[in-house]
Design a protein. Structure first.
Length: 146
């Protein structure tokens, strides 16, 4: 399912500018049981998946990226592209979506991923869940913050 999103004004760095932002939710639509419900990065994910249409960050709908229909190469490319904000914003994602030895193996499978994507520039602005200062910021937390 692909949804058309409208441009909005979002704070990018220190400057407000017009960017076309998409909110891409990666998970296996046909196999939600694969989600590791008891892990801290997935806290609240059941509520998100049960009410996808209710979550509209910055007024924009979530666009579902069904990893069940992706090749392993496509899924890993999406994971690698989602890493960009962790470098610039100084947070961790490697252990959230995998381990030191197996980076990204849970991306979209055991751990759904929400990627805030700048469609005009073609790069990720943010990814959830992530770990910052020893604390996991979940998808649910991001979507429900005021």
């Amino acid at each position: 399912m692909s949804l058309d999103l409208q441009p909005g004004v979002f704070n990018v760095g220190d400057v407000d500018e017009m960017v076309v932002v998409k909110y891409l939710l990666y998970y296996d639509v046909s196999n939600p049981a694969a989600i590791s419900k008891d892990t801290p990065p997935n806290t609240g994910i059941d509520a998100v998946l049960a009410r996808l249409q209710d979550f509209r960050p910055k007024g924009q709908p979530l666009e579902i990226m069904d990893i069940g229909k992706m090749t392993e190469e496509q899924r890993m490319t999406a994971y690698i592209r989602a890493l960009t904000p962790s470098v610039y914003q100084k947070y961790r994602v490697r252990k959230v979506f995998g381990s030191q030895r197996h980076a990204g193996f849970a991306f979209g499978r055991g751990v759904p991923a929400l990627v805030v994507w700048d469609d005009a520039e073609g790069f990720a602005l943010d990814v959830y869940p992530h770990e910052k200062l020893g604390r996991i910021i979940t998808i649910y937390e991001f979507l429900t913050k005021p």
